[in-house]
Write a protein that binds this ligand. Structure first.
Ligand SMILES: [Zn+2]
Length: 527
């Protein structure tokens, strides 16, 4: 790439020139150092790892290590190449005649390899070793691999092959088996973040630590990608790199808004969830991105719960919110939310109507979040407590009835019986169990006796009602169409309720999981 493209600058400028500068690959450097000190170097090395993790840089460092002659020109192979001798300088500048770099992505054929095979027969021109660096080696054709294999089987002592690949599974096992393999790790975000801090310092630019942590996280283990992002951030910012600007640049949705949405999901606030989705949609956040943000929150809370919440990319508010949720939510709940979000994310990505799909996916979580945990449910059942029925969250609850003015006349027959019960329990029992209501129009009460009742019943009820209400009542018995007794009504309601409880998803799920369970009692949450 040309130098006129500024986003390459940092990645080039800070390309490691020594193994000490190569970040995040300590294990590999140590193994390599041991091999060099003991003079037990393989003829071929295979460097694997994701893009930008330092494979090509490592290959060049190995080339230097093998060919360095030291400042005085008498040194041997070393894990600390001097960087000042002619071979070191020439390799760093990519002009060493005995170090040949080839990109297999653009030279895949046998002819390209044949050139190498021909050349390896001749001794190195000026260096100790003739070194072939083949990048993206998995791109070579089958014929090219076969041609290479012959050379790998009987390599001349002065030749070293350094292969690099992002897809080691595409490299034939016959080649693999002849290479010393180094798997370059994704560089941990923390290490990248520190690296960026050094770069920022050297560049004399200000940057918020949170901004660097965000870039490190976005780089996903690649120093090169991270430095490219940092380059852009410096170019966009005016002398300072801020977290807000990096978020904006990376298209990260507003994490505060996503956290707010997560809270509404947990709280079963369906209208709030829909409003938040609409707001994010209006802001141009794509629905899949929104789901991804929620997945990150669920992941962050779960990590926090196991004590791994010290991600430097998290802001103070995020840490606090995660800690709060982590203390409230069980692992089972968190895993369920994760599964539902993951499913929702997949649906949104393939949906014809992504925003609608996001809404549906989130409403599913709203409804699921109000169900008790299966383990919680089991605990309640084992303890004999009542399983709380699933509320119907999200539906606007009916407005509370206006407070009734203080009335002396009972509102209905049931209330009348209740009032009588406070005075004459025996009479109340008769009213409740033995009579059906024909008409209730205070101060008029007409009842149908469903069982034989004492003759003085009507008179006694009238007397009690007068005492209770201060009004003279007309109480009569008739034979007209009457409601069932209150007792019968209550029994019917109980039976219906029990049916409803048994049919509710929570209890059905419980019975499926605990077939021998029995519904011995329950209470319904009063709205
Ligand atoms: Zn040197």
């Amino acid at each position: 790439m040309a130098d006129s493209q500024p986003y390459r600058v940092l990645a080039r400028k800070y390309r490691p020139q020594t193994f000490a500068e190569l970040i995040g690959q300590d294990a590999m450097v140590q193994t390599l150092g041991n091999a060099i000190r003991r003079g037990r170097l393989a003829h071929a090395f295979l460097l694997t790892g994701v893009r930008g993790v330092g494979k090509t840089s490592t290959a060049r460092l190995i080339a230097k290590a093998l060919n360095c002659v030291g400042p005085d020109g008498t040194g041997g192979p070393t894990i600390d190449p001097c960087g000042v001798c002619e071979p070191c300088k020439a390799i760093a500048e990519g002009r060493h005649i005995d170090v040949v770099e080839m990109d297999a992505a653009s030279h895949t054929g046998i002819d390209d390899i044949r050139e190498i095979i021909e050349a390896v027969r001749y001794a190195a021109v000026s260096a100790r070793f003739k070194i072939y660096i083949v990048d993206e080696v998995h791109m070579l054709s089958k014929a090219a691999f076969n041609g290479l294999l012959k050379t790998l089987e009987e390599p001349p002592a002065h030749v070293k092959f350094l292969f690099a690949t992002t897809e080691v599974n595409k490299v034939p096992v016959t080649v693999l088996s002849r290479c010393q393999r180094f798997d370059l790790r994704r560089i941990p975000a923390e290490t990248l973040s520190q690296h960026f801090a050094r770069v920022i310092n050297a560049e004399d630019v200000e940057a918020e630590p949170e901004a660097l942590a965000l870039i490190a996280r976005a780089a996903e283990g690649s120093a090169r990608d991270g430095l490219s992002i940092l380059d852009q951030a410096i170019a966009h910012g005016s002398g300072a790199v801020t977290a807000a600007q990096v978020r904006d640049m990376l298209g990260l949705s507003d994490r505060g808004a996503v956290r707010g949405l997560f809270g509404r999901l947990l709280g079963g606030d369906a209208p709030g969830v829909l409003a938040a989705v609409a707001e994010q949609h209006a802001l141009g956040v794509d629905p899949a991105g929104l789901l991804r943000g929620l997945l990150e929150v669920a992941h962050g809370v779960t990590r926090t719960k196991v004590g791994g919440g010290n991600d430097p990319a998290l802001s103070e508010e995020e840490r606090a919110a995660y800690a709060e949720w982590a203390s409230r939510l069980g692992f089972a709940q968190l895993h369920r939310i994760w599964q539902l979000l993951l499913k929702g994310h997949a649906e949104v990505q393939t949906a014809a109507l992504p925003n609608e799909a996001a809404e549906m996916a989130l409403l599913r979580i709203v409804h699921a979040s109000t169900l008790p945990d299966p383990s919680e449910l089991a605990r309640r059942i084992i303890e004999g407590g009542p399983p709380a029925p699933a509320a119907a969250p999200g539906l606007p609850s009916p407005p509370p009835p206006p407070p009734a003015p203080e009335q002396r006349l009972p509102a209905d027959f049931a209330a009348l019986v209740e009032a009588v019960n406070g005075q004459r329990a025996h009479l109340a029992q008769r009213l409740h169990d033995y009579t059906g209501l024909i008409r209730y129009a205070p101060p008029l009460l007409e009842l149908k006796p469903l069982k034989p009742i004492e003759p003085e019943f009507v008179r006694d009820v009238g007397a009690v009602l007068k005492t209770l209400t201060g009004t003279a009542w007309t109480v009569s018995l008739g034979d007209g169409a009457a409601e069932p007794s209150l007792l019968e009504q209550e029994r019917a309601a109980e039976a219906a309720e029990r049916e409803a409880v048994l049919a509710s998803p929570v209890v059905r799920a419980a019975f499926e999981n605990f077939p021998d369970a029995e519904l011995t009692g329950y209470t319904l949450k009063k709205a």
